[in-house]
Write a protein that binds this ligand. Structure first.
Ligand code: SF4
Ligand code: SF4
Length: 243
């Protein structure tokens, strides 16, 4: 698309998740494609939930400008907390929003999430928060009534959240699995003894005073850096306690 816009005579540049000069989340929100969720740096679209990737094109092309949308997600996420309950490493806040890097948002535990995903020998990657979010539903048409209620009827949101659990949404379904659990140890490819087979934890108590460490922008690796970048977790926890 960027190439096509350039052919029309306007400067244009494509930004993907591997090569980008802009932050995608604020632009996605400004473009009216969703709202920021409790998961942290994840925008939810009312129809797709968190189940999408973004690509951005910056250009000088004159065009109509969209507005940000409000489909009630801030209130829904304040009542829901399903992603926080199901995150295996406690990287999602149970509490309220904070001011983080200039945005009012649920601060994500990026360091804990990344460490869990890339160092777990029993299966890397995770995405459990996104898989079980009530806005992530297969079969949009069959859920359109629930979506309509979630967006328009704030007093019924707690009931919908309870119903989502009661109907077992977010349970693992091995039939949908398409990958092979394999790992390489000492140069040999083998099946790991224990893959991540965690199921819904409906009874997990909500922790009181749980702190999500804060890593402001000056403490994180600069854009494009491929160097090891040590983070000070204790410092980040102390910073969060003060907020
Ligand atoms: S991807 Fe997994 S570890 Fe990371 S925040 Fe989501 S549930 Fe937690
Ligand atoms: S699981 Fe619930 S709290 Fe988490 S992002 Fe989805 S709607 Fe919000």
């Amino acid at each position: 698309m960027a190439g096509y816009i350039r052919e029309l005579g306007y400067p244009a540049r494509a930004h993907t998740n591997s090569d980008s000069e802009v932050l995608h989340n604020p632009l996605t929100i400004l473009a009216g494609l969703g709202e920021l969720s409790r998961i942290g740096e994840v925008v939810l679209n009312p129809f797709l939930g968190p189940r999408f990737k973004t690509a951005v094109i910056t250009a000088d092309l004159p065009m109509a400008v969209d507005q940000p949308i409000d489909f009630g997600l801030q209130d829904f996420c304040a009542k829901c907390r399903k992603c926080a309950r199901e995150c295996p490493c406690g990287a999602i806040s149970f509490g309220g929003k904070v001011m983080f890097n200039g945005y009012e948002m649920w601060n994500p535990g990026v360091e804990a999430c990344t460490r869990y995903r890339v160092t777990n020998p029993n299966g890397s990657a995770c995405g459990r928060c996104m898989k079980m979010c009530p806005f992530n539903k297969k079969g949009l048409m069959q859920h359109r009534l629930a979506l309509w209620v979630a967006i328009r009827m704030a007093p019924l949101r707690k009931l919908l959240i309870w119903l989502d659990d009661a109907l077992g949404y977010g349970k693992r379904n091995p039939l949908w699995k398409w990958w092979l659990d394999l790992e390489i140890r000492d140069g040999k490819v083998s099946r790991p003894a224990n893959t991540n087979q965690r199921d819904l934890q409906l009874k997990r108590p909500i922790p009181k005073n749980k702190i999500i460490p804060i890593y402001p922008v000056e403490t994180i690796p600069p854009p494009g850096s491929h160097e090891a970048h040590p983070l000070d977790r204790q410092d980040a926890q102390a910073r969060a306690s003060k907020m």
